[in-house]
Design a protein around this ligand. Structure first.
Ligand code: 5GP
Length: 190
């Protein structure tokens, strides 16, 4: 998506550890118009798939997921992050490794908000090694729901998550795929 790629080129910063910082428009300060356009694009990709729920993980997936949910006119559920492993209550829970913080945590969703009736589109801001998406897919499976696909703002194509999910048969649509990034250059997959 050209406007997203241009925004990344203009405002993205590459940090050590292959982390792309886009907090001036995507996950701290939010460019609402841009995110709306991104949601429109994801809607076009998954329109007609029968999606009746959007799922993401807190915190940085919530903004774009909200706009996608608005387009589909369906609820958005965000998985919550729990530091400890002793999760209590009526929840689905799965351990996930955090790419940016390099530690494990549990993500949880109340059993009230994910059910076998759900046809789920999973949304996130970034796709790197795929741990966050795999965790979210696992929660949908625990609930007996169906994953209709994954919509991502920025995929880092040089990491394995996207390829591995597509190989497993999931439809993964990323609005920008970074092919390569160094301190002073960033290229996109065409
Ligand atoms: P994965 O689980 O696919 O390895 O990483 C995806 C998750 O880690 C996303 O939810 C995102 O919050 C975070 N993440 C991974 N890579 C980056 C990055 O380069 N920049 C930012 N801001 N977040 C990232």
């Amino acid at each position: 998506m050209k406007i997203l790629e241009d925004k990344i080129l203009a405002h993205g910063r590459v940090l050590p550890g292959h982390v792309l910082k886009v907090d001036s428009f995507l996950n701290h300060q939010i460019d609402v118009k841009l995110l709306k356009a991104m949601a429109d694009e994801l809607y076009k990709e998954f329109e007609g798939a029968g999606v009746n729920k959007i799922l993401t993980v807190e915190a940085s997936g919530i903004a774009i997921a909200t706009m996608v949910a608005d387009r589909f006119d369906c609820p958005l559920v965000f998985a919550k992050k729990h530091k400890t492993s002793n999760v209590v209550g009526d929840v689905y829970s799965v351990p996930v490794h955090s790419y940016t913080h390099n530690r494990d945590y549990n993500i949880i969703v109340s059993k009230n908000f994910l059910t076998k009736e759900d046809k789920v589109l999973i949304i996130d801001d970034f796709l790197a090694n795929g741990c966050a998406l795999r965790g979210l897919i696992n929660l949908v499976e625990q609930a007996g729901g169906e994953v209709k696909g994954c919509g991502i703002a920025i995929e880092k194509g040089f990491q394995e998550g996207g390829a591995s999910l597509r190989k497993d048969g999931y439809k993964v649509c990323s609005l920008a795929i970074v092919e390569n990034m160094t301190d002073n250059s960033l290229t996109f997959r065409k």
